[in-house]
Design a protein around this ligand. Structure first.
Ligand SMILES: [Zn+2]
Length: 196
């Protein structure tokens, strides 16, 4: 009779199985200053105000880079910072974050010599096409970043996740996957968005 061997029950050795169940993550943090208002809020958040947002991006991989300049890394911290600066800091820092449905607010930003309904319609068209629109062609030439969602911490998490995800996959040669974005709106309040 054939002796039962552990390998009859396992496609791979226990050691391989242990490796298959492990993963690495790297997390990078940046901070930006931005204004916003939550137009649907019943209380103080509908007023124009600003936050020092702290944003954390966590990337996951089940093994490390095997060669090249990112050897033994999930993703170079420097690359992650570059991506976060390009996709979050550059468009949003010292800007005002506005919902494309917030007509009253957009009207305030409309240049004096422009036709407000036309100006707002053009912005809304750009947001429908891209999911966001950045402009400084506003009444006081202040930076305005318009989103297709209310700029709550939760929606900002999901919005920035969508911008970062494909870039991170590209910078890591497909190895690292963006796992979650955490947005701290104040030192005491944070929101998280993650994809399985
Ligand atoms: Zn707020």
């Amino acid at each position: 009779m054939k002796r039962r061997d552990w390998s009859d029950n396992f496609a791979t050795s226990p050691k391989d199985i242990t490796y298959a169940m492990t993963s690495f993550t790297v997390t990078r943090q940046i901070a930006i200053d931005a204004g916003h208002r939550v137009m649907t809020h019943g209380s103080k958040c509908r007023h124009l105000h600003g936050h020092r947002y702290t944003i954390e991006a966590t990337c996951l991989a089940d093994h490390l880079q095997a060669g090249g300049e990112q050897s033994d890394m999930v993703l170079d911290f420097g690359f992650l910072k570059e991506v976060m600066m390009a996709e979050i800091d550059v468009p949003c820092d010292h800007g005002f974050l506005a919902h494309a449905e917030d007509f009253e607010l957009l009207d305030m930003f409309c240049p004096e010599n422009a036709d407000a309904p036309e100006w707002i319609a053009a912005i809304r068209h750009a947001v429908r096409r891209e999911g966001h629109h950045l402009t400084t062609a506003t009444r006081m030439e202040t930076k305005l970043y318009v989103l297709d969602v209310n700029p709550t911490a939760e929606q900002l998490c999901r919005h920035w996740f969508g911008r970062l995800k494909p870039v991170i996959a590209g910078r890591s040669g497909g190895l690292a996957r963006l796992q979650e974005i955490v947005v701290w709106e104040t030192p005491l309040c944070r929101a998280t968005y993650r994809e399985p």
